[in-house]
Design a protein around this ligand. Structure first.
Ligand SMILES: [Zn+2]
Length: 383
């Protein structure tokens, strides 16, 4: 339902008229003064809602989208209009582009900024939202979407954010080990802004309040003022920069974290190096090589000591005191598990250095073991 109509060539905002002015207009309209809807140019009439909101309605159903608008929509639209006006912005309701490609619920202009507020009470998909927002973006208009039913669509928005996070993953199917996913958790307004560059805020239309990830209830007045000051835009931009930064660190750390997990399996869980050495030892013992070359025993002892060293080294790298991992209690069963401290590039460089040490060890281990196979028996491990 529109707030705006054209009477006698002048645009009128229904609720801006005093009760006397409104009643006088009603009388004149009854006597034949035409009222033209500003939205579509069709004839209209005056009406006052049960809660006292003076507005206009279409004389006949012409399929104009404004006829669909709810009472909540109408009231919030008017409140935003009043707040913008009280902040000394040049403000319009149901403001349409010159070519009528868009009509904004409220439009506020000051200096070189044109800000529009769109109230969306029915559910909207990320695709539709993008389609409508792009019209504003193309004209350099700063748009804000007040999305009711945020929660109804939040999973769609979150899916886009998840895709953004894993965009550069080398192994998209596998979860990156030792990463705390809660580090990347955020709410729908950030999901939408990070993935689509669209500014939005959660709306509880019934209470006429708003919400964000960190704030469950914000008054319309406080939020509109923050948006006009540019603070809400800055909040979204800073959150997005934080998300991009964290994703970059994650991408940088991922290969080393995968290697760390592989080392956990070979060194700790499966004891692969020890098993390989033992089986080689048994082989040279069985075929008599060890008897013919007693020096081999010393070499095996050396390798065994090297494996002990490796285990200690790996555990020390994983320890809290080393600075790379912190041990957190699992939410499910309270067991402790290591989480990589994805804090800075220097932490990641340190992690990469550790992987190099382990890689070098592994290469020299394979080399030493291979020498036994060729019967040389002169393998020495050195890291
Ligand atoms: Zn209309």
């Amino acid at each position: 339902m529109p707030l705006k109509a054209v009477v006698d060539g002048a645009t009128i905002i229904g609720p801006d008229l005093s009760l006397e002015e409104w009643n006088e207009l009603r009388v004149r309209h009854k006597k034949g003064l035409p009222v033209t809807m500003a939205c579509c140019g069709e004839p209209g009439h005056l009406r006052t809602s049960r809660r006292g909101m003076q507005h206009f309605y279409h004389a006949v159903d012409t399929g104009c989208r404004y006829e669909e608008e709810s009472r909540e929509h109408l009231e919030i639209k008017y409140l935003i209009y009043r707040i913008c006006k009280s902040e000394q912005w040049e403000t319009y309701v149901e403001f349409s582009a010159t070519d009528r490609t868009w009509i904004a619920d409220v439009c506020a202009i000051r200096d070189d900024r044109m800000v529009v507020f769109e109230i969306q009470i029915s559910s909207i998909s990320p695709g539709e939202l993008e389609e409508r927002d792009i019209k504003y973006r193309n004209e350099g208009v700063e748009s804000y979407w007040l999305l009711d039913n945020f929660l109804g669509r939040s999973r769609d928005f979150a899916a886009g954010y998840k895709a953004f996070l894993s965009e550069n993953d080398e192994r998209p199917a596998g979860k990156i080990p030792y990463l705390d996913d809660s580090l990347f958790e955020t709410g729908p307004e950030n999901h939408i802004f990070v993935t689509q560059g669209i500014r939005s805020v959660g709306l509880q239309a019934k209470n006429q309040t708003l919400f964000t990830t960190n704030n469950p209830e914000i008054s319309l007045e406080v939020w509109v003022k923050e948006a006009l000051k540019g603070n809400y835009r800055r909040y979204l931009e800073e959150s997005a920069a934080g998300c991009h930064h964290k994703r970059r660190l994650k991408d940088l750390a991922a290969p080393s974290l995968h290697r760390f997990r592989e080392f956990y399996l070979t060194i700790v869980r499966n004891g692969t190096y020890r098993k390989k050495t033992d089986s080689r030892y048994r082989a040279v013992k069985a075929d008599g090589t060890l008897r013919r070359a007693p020096k081999l025993q010393k070499k095996f002892d050396e390798i065994s000591a090297e494996i002990d060293w490796l285990e200690r080294e790996y555990r020390s790298m994983m320890a809290e005191s080393y600075g790379l991992f912190s041990w957190k209690k699992s939410r499910n069963d309270g067991t402790l598990w290591p989480v990589f401290r994805l804090e800075s590039e220097s932490k990641i460089i340190q992690l990469q250095e550790c992987v190099k040490v382990l890689d070098r060890w592994e290469a020299s281990f394979e080399e030493a073991l291979a020498r036994f196979e060729t019967g040389g028996g002169s393998g020495v491990l050195g890291v």
